[in-house]
Design a protein around this ligand. Structure first.
Ligand SMILES: Cc1ncc(COP(=O)(O)O)c(C=O)c1O
Length: 408
């Protein structure tokens, strides 16, 4: 397989040519990524030329509506799902909140759901609140040493009462890539649906959601080179069965059913720029695939291969420091390059020290409070998190390791 042309990749992100950011190496990508040029171009064009109510017959409106549809059509195809199975909400947290209201109406007291203590709060807190409606909430717990979610433990929690299993594709502090297809198959065999938080995974390559078998798959476009939106795949059989959360007259339109707020037209349209970027990357690297999902998968593999190569030395560095506890796996293939470190010093102080070395990183709990507490992290100190993606260069990783060497 060809390897990623990092110079081409970085040319697609204006931030790397921005004078104000020179010398600054960006390692808070799990918080929000840089935005690719096609997304910025589309956003600008929308505000300049199409900032009118979409879907009316006049030209500016027609083009605006078509661009919003294009975003859903192309991203859905890259993820192996139907166009109307993808919808955009204000954020993933907002999307899970709405979904939880739908499940609240559909389930009956005595039914059960399974949540994890590995998730970001967005894919666990709203679900746990179903306990108020008489729903039994079962917790699928991580190993306190490794942060690992063991599917064998899930089997112990599944029975005929369980309607839904919520878990992350990848936690934003443990970093381990969870076996979604296997987990979904086990849940389905027990008669339950699955809701997968892909926010920490999608930036490393959009998955083929159709192949994974997730009933709901969520990710945030502002962490995936796009504008600030929450992207939500809901497969048709589940989406049409759950009670509609939108205006009653929109009940027949799957992509409207779980987005009660009016969409941010410009940002939805600009999401088509994410597909432009993926397609341009495929073309530049000579990727040929028979299907859109196959092309998405090939770009995913290009990104992942680059990340894995750069990540291993970071993990090796962290493992070798006695004063540092690396959360999650120490093998790059098993995880995303989202690396949380529990250190002797306060993580926020360390992040401030790193800023002095031109490293942009953060410290704290990253809203994964349950996961950090379950692993016995000192919550006063929090964790230092350094996260990167495929566009990160070897030189930036070297800068990071030198800076860590100096501050730890
Ligand atoms: C793993 C994970 N899930 C969910 C979220 C919440 O996403 P949003 O900000 O779109 O609500 C985040 C945000 O940091 C996250 O890292």
């Amino acid at each position: 397989m060809t390897s990623l042309d990092i110079n081409w990749v970085r040319d697609q992100f204006p931030a790397f040519a921005e004078p104000a950011l020179q010398g600054q190496a960006f390692f808070e990508n799990a918080g929000g990524s840089y935005t690719c040029q096609p997304v910025i171009d589309r956003l600008m064009r929308f505000y300049h030329q199409r900032k009118v109510q979409p879907y009316a017959p006049y030209e500016a409106s027609r083009l605006g509506g078509e661009e919003m549809d294009e975003a859903r059509r192309r991203l859905a195809a890259l993820m192996g799902v139907e166009t109307d199975e993808l919808s955009f909400g204000p954020s993933t947290t907002q999307n899970t909140y709405v979904l939880a209201q739908a499940f609240r109406q559909w389930m009956t007291p005595g039914d059960a759901i399974i949540v994890t203590n590995q998730d970001h709060e967005a894919n666990t807190g709203p679900w746990r609140r179903l306990a108020d409606a008489g729903i039994e909430v079962r917790e699928w717990q991580i190993d306190p040493e490794t942060g690992h979610l063991d599917v064998a433990k899930l089997d112990d929690l599944l029975d005929e009462k369980v309607r839904l299993v919520c878990f992350p594709h990848c936690s934003n502090v443990v970093g381990e890539i969870n076996p979604v297809a296997d987990t979904a198959a086990r849940a389905h065999a027990a008669g339950a649906f699955v809701c997968v938080d892909g926010v920490s995974y999608a930036p490393h390559g959009l998955p083929d959601v159709g192949a994974l078998g997730a009933d709901i798959y969520l990710f945030s476009s502002y962490k995936t080179y796009g504008p600030h939106q929450g992207c939500m795949v809901i497969r048709r059989n589940l989406g049409m069965m759950l009670p509609n959360q939108a205006h009653y007259f929109n009940a027949d339109v799957l992509y409207k059913r779980f987005t009660p707020a009016g969409p941010d037209h410009a940002q939805v349209a600009a999401c088509a720029g994410m597909a432009d970027y993926i397609d341009a990357m495929a073309a530049h690297h000579g990727v040929s695939a028979e299907t859109d999902a196959g092309r998405g998968e090939a770009v995913h593999d290009l990104m992942r291969a680059q990340e894995v190569t750069l990540l291993q030395p970071v993990l090796d560095f962290a493992k070798a420091r006695n004063s540092v506890r690396l959360l999650g796996p120490d093998q790059a293939e098993k995880r995303a390059p989202t690396v949380a470190l529990a250190c002797e010093k306060s993580a926020e102080d360390l992040a401030a020290e790193l800023a002095g070395h031109g490293i942009m990183a953060g410290g704290g709990d990253f809203y994964a409070v349950r996961a950090l507490e379950a692993q016995g992290v000192d919550m006063e100190k929090g964790v230092l998190r350094v996260s990167f993606v495929h566009y990160t260069s070897q030189a930036e990783v070297d800068q990071l390791l030198n800076a860590l060497e100096a501050v730890l």
